[in-house]
Design a protein around this ligand. Structure first.
Ligand SMILES: Cc1cc2nc3c(=O)[nH]c(=O)nc-3n(C[C@H](O)[C@H](O)[C@H](O)COP(=O)(O)OP(=O)(O)OC[C@H]3O[C@@H](n4cnc5c(N)ncnc54)[C@H](O)[C@@H]3O)c2cc1C
Length: 401
């Protein structure tokens, strides 16, 4: 870092490279932390765990389980690094829980001049509020301290329901389950629902073979084949989509992290919008009507999730409970008409785009969405006055230093 500072070179830390945007790209030096991936400390009395910033969630999850601990919530995959995941406000689902950055209780950060800073809620709280969801603009995270919980199992119930019935009862579903999410299948009246709840029951209910059939064969191999067929002949998509909800009801108990996350082998583009939780029904109705009118043929379901609010400055859940609506397009299929249309629909509902997923916003349109925008920019100027961590994406979404 000091050499880069002396030479005036830009620096960009990269995690697992799993963002859909160019947020981790640079024309300068890219810092890969893949081998900076150790667990440094486990405090079993407080359940706080300190890790090096490059550790992948999958490795961390296995380690934590072996010492009787777990992260309280996760997104759909575990390929990301901890630092990349928190930096873009990565989240899972569950109204009682925030995104991954809310699980952070301390950070060690290398600033633009090479100095090393530490922060927590008590020590330099401004850096802590900016650095937990820092978009890679607030220095290189070196270590992350996480508040973990005792390891737990989840009972998963996955079943198709009519989407109008899901929306009619949406508050009950979101409030009564620890983790509720659903996927509306375009061109059908169906949603695939997932309810995950904590249980003291042992792992069971689905054999390893059945799990492989569900998660690898159906959700990846067969779904990938459907997507390829749809890309080759889009007029087939509505008929193919009608087969998706026929999977039936599945119920099983598994370790928390194995229930939250799945393998993903089908490649796609994604946009995701966060909005106040109360907007979900109107936003989804507007989206469904627009898709029906648009003539678009969509082989990927629309994913809907919920989280608690938080007070992290650039968290997409800053200020109150949120729902998240995510849209996807299979690789190689033009997505711009779809994603621009969805963005225009989400905007009036107070929508904020996921920092690591595709969107068309700029600093001018984003600043009014975040009450603490100016405070974030103040910390950015303090730790990186020369724009060492800037790149084309940050120039667009945060503006110049
Ligand atoms: C298949 C798939 C599924 C996904 N599922 C979800 C989901 O369920 N929920 C969700 O919210 N998101 C999801 N995402 C998005 C993903 O979680 C984010 O894009 C995440 O940031 C990727 O992590 P990464 O380690 O690959 O980070 P990268 O993409 O490599 O980097 C992201 C940002 O983190 C910064 N960064 C990385 N390391 C450091 C460091 N040490 N210090 C400072 N900054 C750093 C980078 O500079 C960049 O700004 C998914 C993405 C994919 C591809």
């Amino acid at each position: 870092m000091q050499r880069a500072a002396a030479q005036g070179t830009r620096v960009k830390p990269v995690g697992a490279g799993h963002s859909f945007t160019d947020i981790a790209c640079t024309d300068g030096v890219q810092v890969q932390l893949d081998r900076f991936n150790q667990v440094l400390e486990v405090d079993s009395s407080t359940q706080k765990v300190t890790v090096q910033a490059g550790i992948k969630l999958g490795v961390l999850n296995d380690f934590l389980w072996d010492v009787g601990l777990a992260l309280p919530n996760l997104g759909d995959i575990a390929y990301q690094s901890i630092s990349g995941a928190i930096s873009t406000s990565t989240h899972g689902t569950g109204l009682g829980l925030g995104g991954l950055a809310t699980q952070v209780c301390g950070l060690r950060v290398v600033a633009g001049d090479g100095s090393v800073l530490t922060c927590s809620a008590d020590e330099d709280p401004e850096l802590f509020n900016a650095g937990r969801v820092g978009l890679g603009a607030i220095g290189v995270l070196s270590t992350v301290t996480l508040q973990t919980v005792a390891a737990f199992n989840l009972r998963a119930v996955e079943e198709p329901m009519r989407v109008d019935a899901v929306l009619r009862d949406i508050d009950r579903h979101a409030e009564e389950n620890d983790h509720f999410e659903f996927y509306w299948v375009p061109h059908t009246a169906w949603a695939l629902t997932k309810r995950n709840n904590r249980t003291s029951d042992p792992v069971g209910g689905r054999s390893r073979v059945k799990e492989w059939i569900d998660r690898t064969l159906l959700e990846n191999v067969a779904f990938g084949a459907v997507c390829r067929l749809g890309r080759w002949n889009p007029s087939l998509i509505p008929r193919l989509s009608r087969a998706l909800p026929s999977s039936g009801r599945v119920e099983y108990v598994n370790r928390s992290y194995r229930t939250f996350t799945s393998p993903r082998y089908v490649h796609f583009y994604e946009m995701e919008y966060s909005m106040p939780r109360d907007a979900v029904v109107d936003a989804l109705h507007a989206l469904i009507e627009w898709i029906d009118r648009s003539g678009l043929r969509l082989s990927f379901p629309v994913e809907v999730r919920f989280t608690a609010g938080d007070d992290i400055w650039l968290s997409t859940a800053n200020g109150g409970e949120r729902c998240y609506i995510a849209v996807h397009m299979y690789q190689g299929v033009p997505y711009e008409q779809y994603f621009r249309g969805v963005e225009a629909i989400m905007e009036p509902f107070g929508g904020r785009p996921h920092w690591g997923k595709l969107h068309y916003q700029s600093s001018e349109t984003l600043a009014p969405k975040y009450p603490d925008w100016d405070s974030f920019q103040g910390v950015r100027r303090r730790v990186d006055p020369e724009g060492r961590f800037a790149n084309a994406y940050l120039d667009r979404v945060l503006g110049p230093i």
